[in-house]
Write a protein that binds this ligand. Structure first.
Ligand code: SF4
Length: 229
């Protein structure tokens, strides 16, 4: 079972135009596998839209593969970490052959602190052997990502759910916000940039809102994840 998906979605495929080959790890979000990999999902009210696309309905092979990966992580932590490190090193070699650098997003559909010891300190381990590999993620648990190694960039993902906002909004991180309608120039006192050009969030300027346009079912949605403009 492969852990990393390489350029399998439209957005990360755009990253190669900016010099990066991107690998993403997709686990089964929230409690779909039986283990909760998204601690803030209930407070942010993000699990329903996520489950709708990732866990409801007929179990297809993509969903089953995400569950299998999550079970692998929780049933054989050392085996999982060892395979993940090996796949990231292979991604780095492939990127080099293509004249690119490697970027890795480990929380494609999860919210796990990969820089901590229980999850293998993956960015730190890779930094020793492949110093050019850059890690990035979006999180709803910003307090778990406050002390990061220099090769791991994380931004905070907005939801207007009051229980979620009660946990604070990090001033020292960029924020990602989904807008239904035109991107505003500013949001909550921060400049808004277009986040749909690529997914390489570590290239963004500091202290901005990364605006993402609502797509698919997010259009016209009353979800707290979506800001209507
Ligand atoms: S935290 Fe992210 S991956 Fe997890 S349920 Fe919410 S939107 Fe989905």
């Amino acid at each position: 079972m492969k852990l990393l998906s390489i350029e399998t979605d439209a957005k990360t495929s755009k990253n190669s135009k900016y010099g990066y080959l991107t690998g993403i790890l997709y686990l089964a979000p929230y409690t779909v596998s039986g283990t909760n990999v998204c601690p803030m999902a209930e407070k942010a009210q993000c699990f329903k839209p996520c489950l709708y696309s990732a866990g409801h309905g007929a179990m297809n092979s993509v969903q089953q593969a995400r569950i299998n990966r999550t079970n692998f992580l929780y049933n054989d932590r050392q085996g999982f970490i060892s395979q993940l490190l090996s796949e990231i090193r292979a991604l780095d070699r492939k990127a080099f052959r293509l004249g690119l650098k490697a970027a890795v997003r480990l929380n494609g559909t999860s919210d796990v602190p990969w820089h901590t010891k229980p999850f293998g300190s993956i960015p730190q381990q890779i930094q020793h052997v492949c110093p050019d590999v850059m890690f990035y993620d979006y999180t709803k648990t910003h307090k778990a990502f406050s002390k990061l190694p220099s090769n791991y960039y994380v931004l905070w993902s907005y939801s207007s759910a009051p229980e979620y906002l009660a946990h604070g909004q990090p001033n020292d991180m960029n924020w990602s916000v989904v807008f239904d309608g035109a991107l505003p120039k500013n949001f909550m006192g921060r400049k808004v940039i277009d986040g749909d050009k690529h997914d390489l969030r570590f290239l963004d300027p500091h202290a901005v809102v990364v605006g993402l346009k609502a797509k698919g079912k997010a259009k016209g949605s009353s979800s707290p994840l979506v800001v209507t403009t």
